[in-house]
Write a protein that binds this ligand. Structure first.
Ligand SMILES: Cc1cc2nc3c(=O)[nH]c(=O)nc-3n(C[C@H](O)[C@H](O)[C@H](O)COP(=O)(O)O)c2cc1C
Length: 274
């Protein structure tokens, strides 16, 4: 194996970090490996990159054990390929059952040979007041999670390099448990699309949320902000707004809980994904 291209979608940086780490670990072994944000790629460029490498990687955060919509669309648009080896991984906070297998199934239907699959545990990025899940923005705790993920990353990269098939979370029981979360999540998704708004008291109309939204859901008309109703729940605008002015179900971020989660490392900048 000489050349690997990794395609990823990342809302708040976790999947970006994992993709970069895999690329680095492969490069350390003399393999040319590049990670590409799918937000910047046309279908034609993706096809060229796939044709020009020996192994392809796909990574995304799991949302309710399902694929984020940009990754679903990206995979749907892939042309059927001559059998090509690939790996699939998802990032998740705690559990998804078979989050990576869902993408693998779609890729297999396009002719990919899915040889490696993994689920990496990273910090939770859901910080909304209306769904008060625990989250951390403390450096020490985040570093501990990254250290644990790094150990898994080393094993995963070694399996890719050795060519040994390695797929975790692809068992029928994982699929059954994943679907118990996926099916209800799919049914509430449509209702969640319209839940993003802005707190006019906090908003300074800086336009940062508009610039970083991966699906152009947000817009700023001369003096008012509006959402087009096609939010994909990636948490980027909510977590990275400098004033925490984005609301979910009309509730702004509770600042007593600290700033929302803003990615695994300080070097992460959401603008670099666009
Ligand atoms: C809408 C939504 C649904 C999520 N569902 C799950 C889940 O089912 N299981 C889980 O462990 N984490 C879940 N998470 C947490 C993210 O998958 C996790 O924090 C991920 O690493 C974020 O990656 P990113 O920073 O690349 O966007 C969910 C996050 C969001 C925004």
């Amino acid at each position: 194996m000489r050349n690997v291209n990794i395609f990823f979608f990342s809302g708040t940086g976790n999947t970006w970090w994992v993709s970069m780490e895999i690329a680095r670990l492969l490069a350390d072994q003399g393999i040319r490996a590049d990670a590409h944000s799918i937000e910047r790629l046309s279908a034609a460029t993706a096809a060229q990159l796939i044709a020009g490498c020996d192994v392809v990687g796909f990574g995304y955060p799991t949302y309710g054990s399902d694929l984020p919509e940009p990754m679903q669309t990206f995979m749907d648009q892939l042309q059927n390929t001559k059998p090509k080896k690939c790996f699939v991984f998802c990032t998740q906070w705690i559990w998804s059952g078979d989050g990576a297998r869902v993408g693998a199934e779609l890729l297999a239907s396009k002719g990919f040979e899915v040889c490696w699959g993994e689920h990496f545990l990273l910090p939770n990025n859901v910080c909304v007041t209306a769904v008060p899940l625990p989250f951390t923005n403390e450096r020490e705790q985040i570093d501990r999670v990254l250290e644990r993920a790094s150990r898994r990353l080393t094993i995963f990269s070694e399996k890719i390099i050795s060519g040994q098939v390695y797929r975790r979370g692809f068992h029928p029981l994982s699929q059954l448990l994943g679907s118990l979360q996926r099916l209800p999540f799919r049914s509430i998704k449509e209702r969640m699309r319209n839940e993003i708004g802005v707190d006019a008291h906090r908003c300074t109309q800086c336009g940062y949320c508009v610039a970083i939204c991966p699906v152009e859901n947000l817009a700023l008309c001369p003096s008012s902000f509006f959402a087009r109703g096609h939010c994909i729940f990636c948490m980027r605008c909510y977590n990275f707004c400098p004033r925490s002015a984005i609301t979910y179900r009309c509730r702004p971020h509770n600042l007593r809980r600290g700033v929302p989660y803003r990615g695994p490392v300080e070097a992460f900048d959401p603008l670099q994904l666009r």
